[in-house]
Write a new protein. Structure first.
Ligand code: B16
Ligand code: MG
Length: 218
């Protein structure tokens, strides 16, 4: 029986994944590193400093910067990212998401945000969706995706048994995290990108999500 639905944020609730990519790309270019959309798949769902480490390794610059310099680079990326978020309005919510959240609410099934992002509360406020969520997991101090912790914490906050939860994700690391938590994994994106990481089902668009389908899966 379905007890809770645990949502990733960037790339599932709204298209902020593209803003992360733009902001990382700009920062990387300034230090002479090129990142393409295929490499970007390995950044999705990954915490900020970890993402920076991956970019530096990708550009063979992992030994070039001090911790302080790395923090400054990550800060620059976040400043650019937050500037891009300024234009976010409720219209930027992905299709079908608000309807699904309303259906969950009407049926008393808690929705929880299981995002790696420290900007999650800001984004949910801009989309005016905060009230639809029972909780937003605080990702600080817990192991990031692909570890299961963020999803296990989300289940706990909903008072749900992990095996009765469904996780919804657009990232490879996130799909792995959901599976590691022992939950049913719904991917949003492409089967060839998320299938190999263990997605139980992949939808091309959030438009295809419905409570009926989630109930049938759980
Ligand atoms: P921030 P999600 C993740 O969010 C993003 O996919 C990832 O690209 C980002 O680096 C990470 O959050 C941290 O975000 O820098 O805003 O704290 O997909 O788990 O909702
Ligand atoms: Mg995501």
């Amino acid at each position: 029986k379905l007890q809770a639905v645990l949502f990733d944020l960037d790339g599932v609730i709204t298209d902020t994944a593209k803003y992360h990519f733009t902001a990382w790309k700009q920062m990387a270019e300034r230090i002479g590193i090129e990142i393409d959309s295929e490499f970007n798949e390995s950044l999705k769902g990954i915490e900020r400093m970890q993402s920076l480490e991956r970019i530096l390794i990708h550009g063979q610059q992992e030994h070039k910067y001090t911790q302080e310099e790395k923090e400054r680079l990550a800060q620059q990326k976040n400043d650019e990212y937050v500037a891009l978020l300024a234009s976010l309005t409720p219209e930027d919510t992905y299709p079908g998401i608000k309807e699904l959240l309303q259906q969950l609410r009407d049926n008393g099934i808690p929705a929880v945000i299981a995002s790696a992002s420290k900007n999650a509360p800001l984004i949910l406020d801009a989309l005016q969706l905060r009230d639809y969520f029972h909780a937003i997991v605080d990702p600080s101090g817990i192991p990031g995706k692909p570890q299961p912790d963020i999803f296990l914490k989300a289940a706990e906050q909903a008072g749900a048994d992990p095996s009765c939860c469904i996780g919804v994700e657009d990232s490879q690391a996130g799909i792995e995290a959901i599976r590691a938590a022992g939950m049913y994994a719904v991917g949003i994106g492409e089967e060839n990108i998320l299938g190999p990481f263990g997605a139980d089902i992949v939808y091309a668009s959030t438009r295809e999500l419905s409570l009926q389908k989630l109930l049938a899966a759980a």
